[in-house]
Design a protein around this ligand. Structure first.
Ligand SMILES: Cc1cc2nc3c(=O)[nH]c(=O)nc-3n(C[C@H](O)[C@H](O)[C@H](O)COP(=O)(O)O)c2cc1C
Length: 202
């Protein structure tokens, strides 16, 4: 698929067919995902691929799915996907890397992290993942994690690793678009500013 088509087709999808996805296809997607950049090549990003139906249901519940709420956004869109990919990142990996000699400041101390690069890097990886998913003819959603503890317990994730979000993956079914989309895309002139932030403003 052409790169622009992949980008344009990518949407957050919230309804999946039950058809399984071949493990080879998922591995290919994950190997592409591994090519994302990371600060200092810290590579704090990791992913857990979940296909076990019981675990998927438990993950769905942790993402807010309930059996008794008929609202379209409470249907089982996270657990109905045949594959869930949990995006994880280790902040500790960045501290370890930036305490290596080539990353220390001249006074021998670690940088102050005005931008926490671990969040940046896992975002890059998730975007690459979503594009690879579309390129494979599949679709992905994204459900944020609000309580890390139960996720760590369910999936055996260490304390110094944060499960950032869950990306259900599968063949897309008739989708339920997010009400957020009604906000519309912001104007290109607000998105891209030329030379200065305030150029053109009086
Ligand atoms: C960090 C992040 C968190 C999100 N969390 C959720 C979520 O918890 N549930 C959900 O349905 N969509 C979630 N979304 C999807 C957004 O609603 C969606 O990306 C946005 O409405 C634009 O739609 P599009 O991605 O289909 O273009 C999230 C997206 C991002 C980037």
């Amino acid at each position: 698929m052409e790169f622009e088509d992949v980008v344009r087709r990518r949407r957050i999808v919230r309804h999946f067919k039950p058809d399984p996805v071949e493990p080879d296809v998922i591995e290919h997607i994950m190997r592409i995902t591994q090519r994302a950049p990371s600060a200092g090549y810290s590579q704090g990003q990791s992913f857990i691929v979940v296909t076990n139906p019981q675990t998927r249901r438990a993950i769905g519940r942790l993402c807010g799915e309930t059996d008794d709420d008929p609202s379209p956004f409470r249907h089982h869109w996270v657990s109905e996907a045949p594959v869930q990919v949990v995006a994880c990142v280790s902040e500790a990996a960045y501290h370890r890397r930036y305490q290596e000699p080539d990353k220390l400041r001249p006074d021998g101390t670690e940088i102050d992290w005005p931008v926490p690069y671990w969040w940046f890097d896992i975002g890059c990886s998730c975007m690459l993942f979503m594009l690879a998913v579309v390129n494979a003819g599949l679709a992905a959603g994204y459900a944020g994690v609000v309580d890390f503890g139960p996720f760590r317990e369910l999936l055996g994730i260490p304390e110094d690793v944060t499960p950032v979000g869950v990306m259900p993956v599968g063949y897309p079914d008739k989708d339920i678009p997010s009400p957020s989309l009604a906000r519309g895309r912001k104007g290109y002139e607000q998105f891209v500013r030329r030379e200065r932030w305030d150029a053109g403003e009086s």
